[in-house]
Design a protein around this ligand. Structure first.
Ligand code: NDP
Length: 331
């Protein structure tokens, strides 16, 4: 069976050389464990941080060891109560064809209720990030003008649509291509969207939000955050969810240069981690699944075929913006 290991730590942008594909024996599950044949795995921006040797909210990947990450697979052998051969499970050992998973660390999922891919996307971690980050962290309320960056991505698409469905007075998104911008306004119901590569974000945001914004959901950091601070209204709120524009930087970024406006406008900038919001999962799934069923909420996925061999390329593609919606690798 194949697995992907971290061959070396990247400096700046990762390359193929930072990954190694290795052939290993199919492992045997011990007591309380299951053997899972992975069907689909997730590549996520946070994995870039885990490639660095720095202390963070998740430990770094180890050089020479397989990478980890969200995956859904089929149980092919079970020594754990509650799991039978043929069950599908969500677990944290992607980047390999076969995984031995503790029963306690696997959650059963049902492909008849929702497509298996959605447990890694709209109904999974990125969806919950959007839901909690908007409704809890940003304390969204009806009538707010909401701006979200990375708006065509897994988290961003859901943020914008939840805001619309919950009564935002205006929803604005930014993304990195004309096709993505068109998708946001024509398919997902955003009121306005712009391509951040077309010109200064501050100018494009000001044009899209003539009355300012009340909430900024930040997936990007850097120039976007500074522009949002400029456009935020009195008592505006910011969810600091991610800063993908900085993940491959080889020196620390500067700014936001206008941070003093946090004082004058009494802004709140609040960081969030999805892991702190697991208790919301049932409420989130109930609400979002109903919107998907009624057609009020749409989502997209970019699925790379070819299994683990294609996983490094899919991950690099994600960092370059080759995905619309959740980026996944199918085995
Ligand atoms: P996405 O599906 O949004 O994929 C990443 C996207 O980032 C790319 O598609 C690309 O789209 C965009 N991007 C890449 N480089 C830049 C740049 N320099 N400036 C602006 N956009 C860029 O990923 P996710 O939805 O999974 O994650 C979105 C954000 O949320 C990330 O920052 C991630 O780290 C964070 N996150 C945080 C969590 C938490 O608990 N705090 C949990 C999950 C995600 P484009 O074509 O538009 O450039």
């Amino acid at each position: 069976a194949l697995e992907v290991r971290l061959a070396s730590r990247p400096k700046g942008w990762p390359t193929d050389e930072n990954f190694e594909i290795a052939e290993v024996e199919v492992p045997t599950p011990g007591e309380g464990q299951i053997l899972v044949r992975n069907v689909v795995m997730s590549v996520d921006p946070y994995m870039r941080g885990r490639m660095n040797d720095v202390k963070s909210y998740v430990p770094p990947f180890q050089v020479g060891a397989p990478l980890e990450g969200g995956a859904v697979g089929e149980v092919v052998a079970s020594n754990a109560e509650g799991f039978a051969v043929g069950d599908h499970v969500l677990h944290g050992l992607g980047w390999r064809e076969y995984a031995v998973v503790d029963g306690k660390r696997a959650a059963k999922v049902d492909g008849d209720i929702a497509p298996l891919t959605t447990y890694l996307g709209v109904l999974g971690m990125p969806g919950l990030t959007a839901y909690a980050g908007l409704l809890v962290t940003a304390e969204f309320k009806p009538g707010d003008v909401v701006f979200v960056s990375g708006a065509a991505g897994a988290v961003g698409q859901i943020v914008g649509q939840i805001a619309r469905l919950k009564g935002a007075s205006r929803v604005i998104g930014s993304a990195g291509s004309a096709e993505k911008v068109k998708y946001l306004t024509e398919e997902l119901g955003f009121d306005a969207a712009f391509n951040y590569k077309d010109g200064p974000v501050a100018e494009q945001l000001a044009a899209a939000a003539p009355d300012g914004i009340d909430v900024y959901f930040d997936n990007v950091g850097g120039e976007h955050l500074e522009a949002a601070i400029e456009s935020l209204n009195l008592n505006g709120r910011v969810t600091i969810c991610g800063a993908i524009s900085q993940y491959n930087a080889d020196k620390p970024p500067t700014g936001p240069r206008n941070i003093i406006q946090v004082l004058s406008k009494r802004l709140t900038l609040r960081g969030m981690l999805v892991g702190d919001h697991q208790a919301l999962q049932p409420q989130f799934v109930a609400e979002v699944a109903a919107w998907i069923k009624s057609g009020e909420l749409k989502y997209s996925e970019t699925v790379v075929e070819g299994g683990v061999r294609q996983a490094p390329a899919a991950f690099l593609g994600l960092l370059r913006g080759e995905n619309t919606g959740k980026m996944l690798v199918k085995f």
